[in-house]
Design a protein around this ligand. Structure first.
Ligand code: DLL
Length: 443
């Protein structure tokens, strides 16, 4: 069986000086960087100068990280309004790379990086790869897409910084992915969790799991649950890790979870996290769920001050069992904008995933939520794939399963749902981010 010997984990810290720094030292480092960054954006980005002037804040008012709440917010709309290069803090000829969001409609969200920003990005991903137990001897099969989306390039830069081998597959063609994984002796792979599960199932079906040398997978770019992680781990006999990021801040490599899976460690020496109440933007205490907001402390190309990610999570500042003092954000429940309000109840796709995986069999974690409005009432239908054998069984068994799924989902979500059981492989697989919700009310 693959997997990294657990005794080694304490040694798997790439930059112990930063990753295990005391709170006082980290605050001092963050303060020094914030003061510099605020002066920089005030002097070089008209958008920030205007915003700060409007608030009556001068760079001199920011004396340390504790003053961060005096600063203005930045939103995705601000990025769109200043598209493509309006928020740069350096001349355009200093930009070494642009990356964008994976969104397919409307204008892209574009982020610009100097060479130093690119190097920091690679270093942050490398910290995560080490957190996943990888070294320069590893071979990292990258099946995140390459292109404007940051997944492919991000993992590639991380592998480079680590001195490991990058296998730049990009996404698509599952059969070929598995063939290359086996032939090239890949020891780790990166892709979205939904695609990781699909790959794992395909490897199992092809009977090649034992021939693979994979010991870890690095999965992110979409919300996923611990139950889903365990499912991928158990099929492939590996350790799977959650990696988080967004192109505006840096791609993958803003945060990553360690072997203890008690939250994702944020690289707060570069990306300062705040968790704020979405209603009034007041600070949440540790453990309280709110919107994650980032300030890039050392970014040169397109520094962002208090960028509202719309991602919902909570934070813990205590030292982790792995020895790191970097704070941990919990797995994301979702985004403020993918939360669906069904008959007044907040529903996230990940709640459906947790519920389905807690059933202990019968159904697969391939699902889709469809929201309609009938006679002015919201109706939520959950389409779920069922194990093959149920379709060859008597109808009664299928009916029993349907009622069971309905009851489990009602209990988990707090609203009644219509369940539609479908045959295996009916729900479209995504090689990138999975689309989990169709909201016909918006049409
Ligand atoms: O998704 C960067 C990335 C690539 C992260 C590969 C991890 C792996 P964007 O396309 O800009 O960047 O989308 C960013 O995706 O605000 C979250 O809503 C979501 N997201 C990213 N990682 C996770 C994760 C990349 N681990 C948006 N868990 C973010 C939950 C995630 N959501």
């Amino acid at each position: 069986m693959a997997g990294v010997a657990i005794e080694n984990w304490k040694e798997m810290i790439r930059d112990p000086k930063i990753e295990c720094m005391s709170r006082d030292e980290m605050s001092a480092l963050q303060s020094e960087r914030l003061v510099k960054q605020v002066k920089n954006v005030y002097e070089h980005v008209e958008f920030y100068r205007k915003k700060m002037d409007e608030l009556g804040v001068e760079p001199g008012d920011i004396k340390g990280i504790e003053d961060i709440n005096k600063l203005p917010f930045t939103t995705k709309e601000d990025l769109r309004d200043n598209y493509p290069f309006g928020l740069l803090a350096v001349p355009q000829d200093k930009i070494a790379r642009v990356q964008g969001t994976s969104g397919t409609t409307g204008k892209l969200t574009l982020a610009s990086y100097t060479q130093k920003d690119v190097d920091v990005w690679g270093e942050c991903v490398a910290r995560g790869l080490v957190m996943a137990g990888l070294t320069s001897a590893d071979r990292i099969h990258v099946c995140y897409g390459y292109g404007l989306f940051t997944g492919g390039m991000g993992l590639d830069l991380g592998a480079k910084a680590l001195g490991a081998m990058a296998i730049p597959m990009s996404s698509g063609n599952t059969k070929r992915q598995l063939m290359c994984m086996e032939d090239f002796g890949a020891t780790a792979f990166g892709c979205t969790p939904s695609y990781a599960l699909y790959l794992a199932e395909a490897a199992q079906e092809a009977g090649i799991v034992d021939r693979l040398q994979i010991k870890a997978s690095i999965n992110g770019a979409e919300p996923w649950t611990d139950e889903m992680r365990k499912k991928i781990e158990s099929i492939l006999h590996i350790n799977s890790f959650d990696i988080y990021g967004l192109c505006e801040i840096t791609g993958p490599g803003v945060a990553m979870d360690c072997i203890h899976h008690k939250g994702l460690h944020v690289y707060e020496d570069y990306f300062y996290p705040e968790i704020l109440n979405p209603a009034d933007q007041s600070a949440c205490a540790d453990g309280e769920t709110g919107e994650l907001v980032f300030t890039t402390l050392a970014k040169e190309g397109m520094p962002l001050i208090r960028y509202r990610t719309k991602d919902l999570t909570s934070i813990e500042h205590g030292t982790c069992e792995c020895g790191r003092t970097l704070p941990r954000i919990q797995k994301f429940t979702g985004r403020t904008d993918d939360m669906k309000v069904i008959r007044g109840v907040n529903v996230f796709p990940t709640q459906v995933e947790t519920a389905l995986l807690s059933m202990g069999g019968g159904v697969a974690p391939h699902y889709m939520l469809i929201v309609d409005r009938e006679n002015n009432l919201d109706v939520l239908t959950v389409m779920v794939e069922v194990d093959e054998k149920y379709f060859s069984d008597e109808i009664r068994k299928l009916d029993e399963l349907k009622s069971k799924v309905g009851a489990v989902l009602k209990q988990a979500l707090g609203v009644s749902v219509r369940v539609k059981l479908v045959e295996p492989k009916t729900i479209q697989r995504s090689e990138g981010k999975a689309k989990r919700v169709i909201d016909n009310r918006e049409l």
